[in-house]
Design a protein around this ligand. Structure first.
Ligand SMILES: Cc1ncc(COP(=O)(O)O)c(C=O)c1O
Length: 381
């Protein structure tokens, strides 16, 4: 840690990362880990202190949070107001264990088996699996809103599963796109499930706009799901949150016994509160490194892997790279694996994934360079 790097984000080495216990570095111990969407950065000190203080107190019994949302649910309401001027009622906020739980609850409870669900592709692969597992039909949603309307008019899906910002492309839907999507949702009576888990990871001058904040009409047909797990690297703590704009879904959820959905883990809740109320300095430092890395990656690819096509993402720490110069399908992924780097294979993300890989650049600049040099079979230690 130095004055320029107070959180130790720039000094990470492969040797140290290999000693970390998570799935990212342990799953493929013989390869550099640039796959699953966990960052290599240690958690924010404010979060660590908060968790430590709970352990020091020594009491982790049932919490007196009262009915309704946990303290993290309240922190969510405050953050949406402060960051986006999106004013929401805490009575419509539900705690979850993870974001996919909310996505699946909404699909399962609001649409019927066999129903069509629109999704921008390439898509975060657990969305694709969710549709298959739940016997819903995938409708490929084009990113262009004019084309999207045409597809929706023909396919008549029950819902649009919006990934905003989008994984794996890093696309941020801007206000005019969101307004057009809201109009389409209104015209064709779509439910919108908006996964905004990457919303704290948007690079300036782009800004995040919660889909449901676009209009009262949009909000009344939208379920928004998010968490601190991506931007603050807390996925193992199992907490997420859902805002339910659809009144009948809120009524349905509240009509079930609370135990059916479980209740949140206090460490996840406390970590989320610390993240959203005391973690913004750390997040700004992380965004500084990520911003540098997303730009540097362009230069590294030009130097080591000319022919790879990479559009610098507007959000997320995920780079969606067209390596079809090395072959179709997952041939590039396999080549990089054989050279010692574990990426996410493009076909995992469905349509548009052939010849692509997804690279997670949430690491130190030195490790990023080692990754790209190793992908090129060119790393000299
Ligand atoms: C778009 C998106 N949604 C959901 C998740 C998973 O979140 P959770 O573990 O809270 O279900 C991820 C993880 O990478 C993601 O990228």
């Amino acid at each position: 840690m130095t004055a320029n790097d107070p959180f130790g984000l720039r000094s990470l080495t492969v040797e140290h990362l290999r000693s970390t216990p998570g799935v990212k570095w342990q799953q493929h111990p013989d390869r550099l880990a640039s796959w699953v969407a966990d960052m290599d950065f240690p958690m924010a000190p404010a979060i660590a202190e908060r968790l430590r203080s709970i352990v020091d107190r020594g009491m982790v019994g049932y919490q007196k949070w009262g009915a309704g949302a946990s303290p993290a649910g309240h922190a969510f309401v405050n953050r949406m107001s402060a960051k986006y001027n999106w004013e929401i009622d805490v009575a419509r906020v539900h705690d979850l264990a993870d974001v996919l739980q909310g996505v699946r609850l909404a699909i399962g409870m609001l649409t019927e088996p066999g129903a069509a669900i629109a999704l921008h592709t390439p898509a975060y692969h657990p969305f694709l699996h969710s549709l298959t597992d739940m016997d819903r039909r995938l409708v490929h949603a084009p990113f262009d809103v004019g084309e999207l309307r045409d597809v929706i008019a023909v396919e008549r899906p029950a819902a649009l599963l919006l990934c905003h910002p989008q994984n794996p492309t890093g696309h941020v839907f801007d206000r005019s796109q969101l307004a057009a999507i809201a109009d389409i949702a209104e015209e064709f009576d779509l439910i919108v499930i908006s996964d905004e888990i990457h919303s704290d990871l948007v690079y300036a001058p782009n800004t995040h706009i919660p889909f449901a904040s676009v209009s009262a009409a949009a909000q009344s047909r939208t379920i928004t799901v998010t968490s601190t797990s991506k931007a603050f690297n807390l996925a193992g703590l199992r907490w997420a949150v859902m805002h339910v704009g659809i009144e009948r879904f809120d009524t349905m959820l509240k009509s079930y016994p609370k135990h059916w959905f479980g209740s949140p883990n206090m460490f996840g809740v406390e970590a989320a509160v610390a993240a959203w109320t005391e973690g913004d300095d750390w997040l700004a430092a992380v965004m500084g490194v990520l911003d540098e890395n997303r730009l540097r990656l362009s230069e590294l690819l030009a130097e080591y892997l000319p022919g790879a096509v990479y559009r610098i993402p507007d959000a997320t720490y995920l780079a969606w790279i067209d390596c079809s110069i090395l072959g179709d399908g997952d041939a590039p992924f396999e080549i990089f694996q054989s050279r010692g780097v574990e990426l996410s294979p493009g076909t995992q993300f469905g349509a548009g994934g052939s010849g692509h890989v997804r690279l997670n650049f949430a690491t130190s600049p030195a490790v990023l360079e080692q990754v790209v040099a190793t992908m090129a079979g060119n790393y000299v230690s």
